[in-house]
Design a protein around this ligand. Structure first.
Ligand code: CA
Length: 232
């Protein structure tokens, strides 16, 4: 029998921790808990399929754990639980290297769905060839993209951006992350460059670019390629 994915829950609030444990265990995950920053630092030495991380810990900031793990080259998926409900704090969480965030108070079924979605994504091997998402397709080698039967003509950077977003459906990226990953660390443009390219891409791939269904705006945070089942 294959082993169930093991998740580390970092949460100091006993009530929330208990709810998380119940929900995740009844979904079939194995769960370990850490109740403080120090505890989490030690526990995170182990291999986990995912870390659910509260930011406000009695002895430290969860974001420091994200930076610590990423700084040590640890790619374990991290889902942040935050009461800091400002777009700016979400941007900081993603920029620090978290994969996603959920704002407290959260709806438990939604949180479990996010966990499953992240695990699905992290298990997916992205090839260099063809990516198909709903009606969109892109061929990395031939550098061609299109919707349904029709090919769409893209400029090189538009192509790179679309390819990157399509390789990570459902994941939200900040503008800085996109500049870094698509344009490269040496690029000196600013966030508006990303907005401009997203606008151009939408004009080419969306049915109605004023009501985008593929490249979604995550308000105050950045952009996300809709997951196939979410494309309406
Ligand atoms: Ca807390």
């Amino acid at each position: 029998m294959p082993k169930e994915p093991r998740i580390l829950v970092v949460e100091d609030d006993i009530r929330i921790r208990r709810e998380l444990l119940d929900a995740l265990r009844s979904t079939g995950f194995e769960v370990d808990v850490a109740v403080s920053y120090r505890d989490a630092l030690i526990s995170s030495e182990r291999e986990y399929a995912l870390i659910l991380l509260d930011l406000g810990l009695p002895d430290g900031d969860g974001l420091d754990l994200v930076r610590h793990l990423r700084g040590n080259g640890r790619g374990v998926p991290i889902l942040i639980l935050t009461a800091r409900d400002t777009p700016d704090s979400r941007v900081r969480g993603l920029d620090a290297g978290a994969d996603d965030y959920v704002v407290k108070p959260f709806h438990m079924p939604e949180l479990v769905a996010r966990v499953k979605s992240i695990l699905r994504r992290s298990g997916r091997v992205v090839g260099q060839g063809m990516v198909q998402l709903d009606r969109l397709w892109i061929d990395a080698e031939a550098r061609k993209a299109g919707k349904d039967e029709a090919e769409v003509t893209l400029k090189p950077r538009e192509f790179d951006l679309l390819l990157f977003l399509m390789q990570h459906p459902g994941r939200t990226w900040t503008r800085d992350q996109l500049l870094d990953r698509v344009w490269g660390a040496g690029f000196t443009g600013d966030a508006r460059t990303v907005d401009l390219h997203v606008r151009r891409l939408r004009a080419k791939i969306e049915d109605d670019s004023s009501d985008p269904r593929f490249i979604e705006t995550v308000w105050g945070v950045g952009y996300r390629m809709a997951e196939p089942q979410q494309v309406r």
